[in-house]
Design a protein around this ligand. Structure first.
Ligand SMILES: [Zn+2]
Length: 169
């Protein structure tokens, strides 16, 4: 049975909005992963008796979607994978041959990015879908974003938002 995530979408942003929660979710993933997720993590099936707390499953799917939007480097993705597989910082240090403080620092950056992107995505969809704020397409990244000061700088000379979004500028 394919699980419908749509109805879960409203509260998930708050779960992933805390760095410590993100860290915990990623580091405990190996405990839940067996038989639950396909390799790419984007689709999954719940198998009868092993049906896991559906909220948790939906949270992991949401986390995967957020990670995809973070544009992490291969090195960062590798780090995430190792934490997901249950390796400790010390083991990761040995596997990747980088020192411990770098592992900790890199992971902190990763978790912070996930939290930031998650909140950005949540605001994007709330402004657009709930508040009905109209969107504007960025001329560079082509993303449709709410036409607000948060996403676009205002061009006072022409009395309108600039063509490309803040992230692209
Ligand atoms: Zn852009």
């Amino acid at each position: 049975m394919a699980y419908n995530i749509n109805k879960e979408i409203e509260y998930k942003p708050f779960i992933i909005s805390d760095i410590n929660v993100v860290e915990l979710l990623i580091s405990l993933r190996y405990k839940y992963d067996e038989n639950m997720f396909l390799e790419n993590g984007s689709m999954f099936y719940i198998t009868g008796a092993k049906a896991l707390n559906q909220e948790l499953v939906a949270t992991y799917v949401s986390l995967d979607e957020t990670i995809k939007k973070c544009n992490f480097s291969d090195k960062q993705l590798k780090l995430i994978k190792l934490v997901e597989q249950g390796y400790t910082h010390r083991e990761i240090e040995q596997i990747l041959k980088i020192d411990n403080s770098n592992v900790t620092k890199s992971l902190k950056t990763i978790y912070k990015t996930i939290v930031d992107i998650n909140l950005r995505e949540w605001r994007k969809s709330t402004y657009t879908n709930t508040l009905g704020i109209k969107t504007k397409q960025c001329s560079k990244c082509k993303e449709n974003l709410p036409a607000t000061n948060e996403f676009f700088s205002f061009d006072k000379t022409n009395n309108r938002f600039k063509a490309s979004c803040k992230k692209c500028r």
